[in-house]
Design a protein around this ligand. Structure first.
Ligand code: FAD
Ligand code: N01
Length: 540
């Protein structure tokens, strides 16, 4: 296949070039091959798994439960695979991705260690030319960008960044060799999900861990542990129903949990506390749906937020540290974290918290870093500073559409898509989990499958009517962007500096990027557009 891919020409193109071998790229390839299409995946890493290939930091695991954070497209696969924990850890999820690649014979169709640098739409041929940084060329009629929403790390441009003489790592590009913390003074910058997962584990073996926190986050306990075999059997006996129920959930998961649809204001204080406590004991992201208005009403939100703050105060012995750890932004406005022993870790004698809110990190030095005029020395610095989310990875590829317009030029003031799937001016190119789709606000495997199914149905339709190209109309794209912005403006999401808004990357346009109307309504809109003959698309 490698040979075939390299030998393609504009006159003899492949059907599809897929960029990325994470869960999206693997499923796109499986669907392409089973429908008899010629396809190749180009992946810059030397293995499959995407997120789970790159994020090997200690403690990395999913926060959507394992029985839900897995593919549903193959009944035998979902019966034969066994998860060991309620929330699977990174090595197990990576093993699963590798199992899928082998089980469906995908590996021969993946070109590893190749980075796509440029993609050009050859308008006269109706073909995309994909060029890698090592000079390989691929020609295809369609392109599927399975490049991931959280696949470009964000490393702030601290003064003196490269002068540090000790070990330094970014959580999102963790090395493949073992990293030991024994006897080391470790500094970690950031308190998002990656930091919150890794801090308790690093603290167990290092000499001292100093955490530099700019904004505290809300974190709910995972209550992780071995998966209950009875629960697994119940789900596996009825997996299709379980998947179908999850697709009716706002974020595409959580169907196993008790649901309530009442307002926090309808409950007296004792009822509220009992409800929040129930959710806290269940653990995980379901806490955010304790009542129906904590995501939309600021006062309701702050009642839930205060419950979490009180939990933090009850777990952290040092009162000053506890207050520093208490967030004051809207609960859920930055992604809520799910942890194991995070707050209790601050009771260890070898752990200290430094707030850099008032005094930003001034510089990285050969020995450590400086903040508030004080120098801190370390053997190891860990950057848990997140990602240039949703658009960052696409922006690193020069994608030239009709009339040579690049995607970066088109998105200079923020991403514009139709359904998060297609971009006007870029025919036959699809963005999986793109900005304008539920993507990062959902169980991403559910939304990845929905996108790939939609794209493959679309390709079947084009083939059936012998059409060559499909492109979103400007009118449909504009309408979709406006709709997305309007829905987001009616929520509490845009009220803080989150990566959902691009606020974590200096100079990035501030647009709420994911579609916040929920997975079920989004999927229904996509289905309807398909049923009605691709409304909002121009097919030629
Ligand atoms: P990715 O897994 O990011 O794969 C994209 C691939 O494209 C990568 O392998 C990358 O190397 C490759 N690529 C990118 N650019 C190029 C290029 N130019 N050339 C060649 N290759 C390229 N989501 C959930 O729903 N639940 C969770 O519990 C959850 N946990 C997460 C935990 C962590 C630590 C992180 C970082 C994210 C988590 N996510 C979670 C989100 C996660 O990203 C998705 O669930 C999912 O794995 C994304 O799959 P993907 O295939 O779309 O993208
Ligand atoms: O990144 P983040 P992440 N000086 O952006 C801080 C998924 N995920 O890798 O908030 C000082 O959340 C920054 O501070 P602030 C999940 O979707 C899931 O942790 O900008 N600090 C913040 O504290 C998640 O949301 C899991 O003020 C600086 C931190 O760095 C997404 O990936 C696990 C700074 C970055 O936090 C990203 O999570 C891991 C600076 N100059 C990831 N710049 C699960 O549990 C940044 N920070 C499933």
């Amino acid at each position: 296949m490698t040979q075939t891919a390299r030998q393609t020409t504009a006159d003899n193109p492949l059907d599809i070039v897929i960029v990325g071998a994470g869960f999206a790229g693997l499923y796109a390839l499986q669907r392409a091959l089973t429908s008899g299409r010629q396809a190749v995946v180009i992946e810059r890493g030397d293995g499959v798994g995407g997120t789970w290939y790159w994020n090997r930091y200690p403690g990395a695991r999913c926060d959507v439960q394992s029985m839900e954070y897995s593919y549903s497209f193959d009944a035998a696969l979902q019966q034969e695979w066994s998860w060991t924990e309620r929330y699977a850890a990174q090595p197990e999820i990576l093993e699963y991705a590798n199992h899928v690649a082998d089980r469906f014979h995908l590996r021969p169709h993946i070109e590893f260690k190749r980075t796509v640098a440029k993609m050009v739409y050859l308008e006269d041929r109706k073909v995309w030319q994909t060029v890698t940084s090592d000079g390989a060329n691929y020609f295809s009629r369609f392109c599927i960008m399975a490049t991931g929403c959280l696949s470009s790390t964000n490393l702030p441009e601290f003064e003196g960044l490269n002068t540090f003489e000790g070990e330094s790592y970014h959580t999102g590009q963790w090395p493949h060799h073992p990293v030991t913390f024994e006897g080391k003074k470790v500094g970690i910058i950031g308190t998002g999900s990656s930091a919150i997962q890794s801090i308790p584990i690093i603290a167990e073996s290092c000499e001292h861990l100093t955490i530099f926190q700019r904004t505290p986050n809300y974190s709910i306990p995972a209550h992780n542990g071995p998966i209950d075999p009875d629960y697994v059997a119940t789900i596996k006996n009825n997996y299709d129903d379980f998947r179908a129920q999850n697709k009716q959930m706002f974020a595409g998961f959580g169907a196993h949990q008790t649901r309530w649809d009442d307002s926090v204001f309808a409950a007296d204080e004792a009822t509220r506390e009992a409800r929040f406590e129930t959710r806290w004991q269940e653990g995980g992201l379901g806490f955010s749906s304790s009542f129906n208005d904590t995501g939309s009403n600021l006062e309701a939100n702050q009642i839930a937020a205060e419950f979490v703050r009180n939990k933090i105060r009850s777990q952290v012995d040092n009162k000053e540290t506890a207050e520093l750890l208490c967030p004051d932004q809207v609960l859920g406005c930055k992604r809520v974290c799910v942890d194991t022993n995070y707050y209790a870790t601050y009771n260890r004698p070898n752990v200290s918290l430094v707030s850099v809110k008032e005094h930003p990190i001034e510089a990285i030095t050969p020995k450590g870093l400086v903040t508030g005029g004080q120098a801190y020395d370390f053997d190891m610095l860990i950057f848990a500073t997140g990602f240039d989310a949703m658009t960052g990875t696409l922006s690193k590829i020069r994608i030239e559409g009709i009339d040579g317009l690049t995607l970066n030029e088109k998105w200079a003031e923020g991403p514009k898509t139709y359904l998060g799937l297609a971009v006007t001016g870029f025919p036959n190119l699809f963005t999986v989990s793109g900005p304008g789709s539920p993507s990062v606000l959902s169980n991403m495997i559910v939304t990845i499958e929905q996108h790939i199914n939609w794209i493959m149905n679309c390709l079947d339709h084009l083939a059936s009517i012998e059409a060559g190209t499909i492109e979103a109309t400007m009118e449909a794209e504009t309408h979709w962007v406006t709709l997305g912005n309007d829905i987001a403006a009616g929520t509490l999401f845009p009220t803080c500096n989150s990566w959902y808004l691009g606020a974590n990357v200096p100079g990035k346009p501030r647009i709420f990027m994911p579609y916040v109307g929920g997975f079920p309504s989004y999927a229904e809109i996509c289905d309807q557009i398909q049923r009605e003959g691709y409304t909002g698309f121009s097919i030629r």
